[in-house]
Write a protein that binds this ligand. Structure first.
Ligand code: UDP
Ligand code: MG
Length: 198
């Protein structure tokens, strides 16, 4: 029997990213067209004031595989991701930033690990080149403190860039935390987790 291909939705929250968003969408399309799954880009406008919202609206109008979700104001990165996950209807959802800090070329590797049966596949940076020493120090201090205080194991040097299976998305919808730390919650819900280093 022939089964329909599975669908992957890439959720991209953005705030004032008119320079990078078109570049990201182009690169994502190039990468995803080579994969066997169907795909959709779900762009989440978190109250942008530059030209990015208009660009995204035009793109969604033109391309059936691009969707735009517009928030009524700026709610912040974590709630923009949450809104995207709530609206994504994929068998898997990939979360990535719009500012090109998360390279689209890593997505095929996330998909590979998902096909092998992992339900959360997070992307771990092997270096933080391009980030200031202040940001690195802040991040290192934050994760050290967080790991000491919380009973959940959150990997170091992983952002929100990750693939999440439908089952995990459904589980996260039942988590009614308002002040959300999505990368922590995706670890906390359980399931089979794996890491891709880049
Ligand atoms: N972003 C958002 N809402 C905000 C702030 C940021 O949707 O209020 C988006 C931003 O456009 C980017 C991602 O969230 O795609 C991560 O933001 P940023 O690059 O500022 O965070 P950092 O890389 O410092 O973690
Ligand atoms: Mg960034």
């Amino acid at each position: 029997t022939v089964t329909d291909p599975r669908k992957v939705v890439v959720v991209v929250p953005f705030l004032d990213e008119e320079e990078s968003l078109p570049v990201l969408c182009d690169r994502l399309r190039g990468v995803l067209e080579k994969e066997p799954e169907d795909f959709e880009l779900l762009l989440v406008d978190d109250g942008s004031r530059d030209g990015s919202a208009a660009w995204a609206a035009a793109c969604a109008e033109r391309e059936p595989r691009v969707k735009l979700l517009s928030l009524s104001r700026n709610f912040g990165h974590q709630l923009a991701i949450t809104a995207g996950m709530d609206h994504a209807d994929g068998d898997a959802v990939v979360i990535m930033d719009a500012d090109l800090q998360d390279p689209p070329e890593v997505v095929p590797e996330l998909l590979r690990s998902w096909r092998e049966g992992h339900e959360v596949v997070y992307a771990v940076r092997t270096s933080r080149r391009g980030e200031s020493w202040a940001k690195r120090l802040l991040a290192a201090t934050f994760y050290k403190t967080f790991r000491r205080m919380a009973s959940v194991d959150v990997p170091l040097d992983a952002g929100d860039f990750r693939l999440v299976d439908r089952q995990v998305i459904d589980a996260l919808k039942q988590v009614r935390e308002l002040h959300r730390f999505v990368r922590g919650l995706t670890c906390w819900v359980g399931f089979s987790q794996s890491a891709i280093h880049y």
